[in-house]
Write a protein of this length. Structure first.
Length: 201
């Protein structure tokens, strides 16, 4: 665990989704005006997660599917993906939700370089039309949790069983296939450093 000004960065390793989700909710319920913001860097074992406005789909494999309270549609988490959960008091920082989403996307774009881009009306980050980072947050009393997931070096085949983020036929990609050699740990650290700079700007 490191403390960067008023942002605590925690490296949690590989942790189950459900227990991490409950920990995020508990942290958000318990925090007050003086609680430092936290960024949690981690990986999840294989799991599909579904946003609060989406019905649970039928998926033809044994990977568990969990309904969550974040925004967005369905996505896949698994080893080799850098997950960055952002427990940030947006109200205290005077950051609007749309701006926060933009900051999360921009952190990924800054990490990946000129090939990375946004798509209008489709949160996340894309390279040549393929999605490389998914985004979903929840805000309670001005305080955000959940965050983003960046594909680094993982088995992408479970994405074929779903319409990623609700878009039929949407291709996915990862940093390894774009020529990056970063480990999940390195990509997570770099991404968190970029985001901290943006939040503290």
């Amino acid at each position: 665990m490191t403390l960067v000004e008023d942002i605590v960065v925690k490296r949690l390793g590989r942790v189950e989704y459900a227990s991490t989700w409950e920990a995020m909710r508990a942290f958000t319920r318990a925090r007050d005006e003086s609680t430092p913001d936290e960024l949690w860097l981690l990986e999840h074992p294989p799991v599909y997660t579904v946003g609060q406005g989406t019905l649970l789909p039928s998926i033809p494999n044994a990977i568990p599917v969990l309904k969550t309270d974040r925004g967005g549609d369905i996505t896949y988490h698994g080893p080799g993906q850098a997950v960055l959960y952002t427990l940030v008091d947006l109200a205290r920082r005077s950051i609007k939700v749309k701006r926060f989403v933009w900051l999360l996307e921009q952190a990924v774009i800054d990490l990946l370089g000129a090939r990375a881009e946004r798509k209008a009306g489709a949160p996340g980050v894309y390279v040549d039309g393929a999605k490389i980072a998914a985004l979903g947050i929840r805000v309670v009393r001005g305080r955000a949790y959940h965050g983003l997931a960046l594909n680094v070096d993982m088995d992408l085949s479970p994405f074929a069983a779903i319409d990623p983020c609700g878009y039929p036929g949407l291709r996915v990609t990862q940093m390894k296939d774009l020529g990056f050699s970063d480990s999940v740990e390195r990509a997570s650290s770099r991404l968190s450093e970029i985001l901290v700079e943006k939040l503290d700007a």
